[in-house]
Design a protein around this ligand. Structure first.
Ligand code: PLP
Length: 360
């Protein structure tokens, strides 16, 4: 078997070591006589798995005690509705910064439940930068301000958080969770679908300040109320048991790697290899302004669609898959999440160099 380097934006690579542990435990977890997949979520064994996963996430992200950690389903996309239903609850207003398609989807969904306002946008330049805002741009009466921290499609990252005064900041961290340390206490809520940097698809992590809960709109379906899940340890109904177990294995791997400070260092090293090459290439160039570049998603183009196509096809042949850019940007995108080994990036850059020499 030869495993490819998978640059997919998500679902994406998992650490090989994690897959090996999962394989070794597939038929029997511990001495339970069964696979985690077959286990009732109401057993001691499974409770230990979900509790340990939450404890490890809290430890790795230094999540303060006044925050709930919830394991939900429906992807980050379901949060686009759950957030307004649960949290747009005082003045029925919220502010949004539109830095890409996910931020825009969150904004549009919230507008179905209250007064959603787009405060700033980078649509004018295909979302290739993070618009600058000041505290004065935000409505002090808004129930929250929503941002997408790392823009998976366009490859921008918030490096300085917007100043929102006393208005709680909510961030979609689907594509940057666990990529570097984050000060949870600066946020009212953080959320992430798992399939970029944490686990296979199927679980959504919600980290929410406890004092914001308990005032959901009357129309909120029971399953979409955070309190339903916080009061039941994320076990009101059957949780995505196996995905949570896989998240637990990834968290143990991150601890072994040295935690988020070490992850950040490694991610910066990996991203620098690619960006340095792009900055010096005569054929390829990055599409994002240097100060807002993502550590996780790196879009680039040759400026020639035919050449882009040729590159993606030849890269695939060479074992570098899923490099085709999002249809709205074109060109290429290399997603280099935590599980992408540094050799994967080095080998990709060597391949790009060779392609450039052969096609200039
Ligand atoms: C992938 C992604 C989503 C959508 O996640 P789903 O789990 O598919 O709903 C939302 N926001 C960001 C930033 C993403 O990267």
């Amino acid at each position: 078997m030869s495993r490819v380097y998978n640059f997919s934006a998500g679902p994406s690579m998992l650490p090989e070591e994690v897959l090996q542990i999962a394989a070794s435990e597939l038929l029997e977890y511990g001495s339970s006589g069964q696979s985690v997949m077959e286990m009732s979520h109401r057993t001691k064994e499974y409770e230990a798995i979900i509790h340990q996963t939450e404890a490890d996430l809290r430890e790795i992200m230094s999540i303060p005690d006044n925050y709930e950690v919830l394991f939900l389903q429906g992807g980050a996309s379901t949060q686009f509705a759950m957030i307004p239903l649960n949290l747009m609850n005082k003045n029925n207003k919220a502010d949004f910064v539109i830095t890409g398609q996910w931020a825009n989807k969150a904004y549009k969904e919230a507008a179905r439940y209250g007064s959603a306002r787009a405060v700033a946008s980078s649509a004018d330049k295909t979302y290739s930068y993070i618009p600058k805002t000041t505290a004065a741009d935000f409505d002090p009466e808004a129930d929250y301000v929503h941002i997408c921290m790392n823009n998976t499609i366009y490859g921008t990252l918030y490096k300085n958080l917007p100043e929102t005064g006393s208005v709680p900041l909510i961030a979609d961290i689907s594509s940057c969770i666990l990529s570097e340390p984050i000060d949870v206490s600066k946020f009212g809520m953080l959320y992430a679908g798992a399939q970029k940097n944490l686990a296979p698809a199927g679980v959504t992590i919600v980290i929410v300040r406890k004092d914001l809960l308990g005032n959901a709109m009357d129309i909120t379906p029971t399953m979409l109320n955070y309190v339903t899940h916080s009061e039941n340890g994320s076990m009101f109904n059957t949780p995505p048991t196996y995905t949570i177990y896989m998240a637990g294995l990834v968290l143990k791997w991150i601890k072994k790697m040295g935690g988020l400070t070490a992850m950040k260092e490694l991610n910066e090293k990996k991203a620098a290899i690619l960006y340095n090459f792009l900055d010096n290439s005569k054929m390829f160039k990055g599409t994002v302004v240097p100060e807002d570049r993502s550590l996780m998603n790196v879009p680039f183009v040759t400026g020639n669609e035919e050449l882009d196509k040729k590159f993606v096809a030849e890269a695939k042949e060479a074992g570098f898959i899923n490099l085709k850019g999002h249809r709205s940007v074109g060109g290429m995108r290399a997603s280099i999440y935590n599980a992408m080994p540094i050799e994967g990036v080095e080998k990709l850059v060597a391949f790009m160099q060779k392609f450039e020499e052969e096609n200039m």
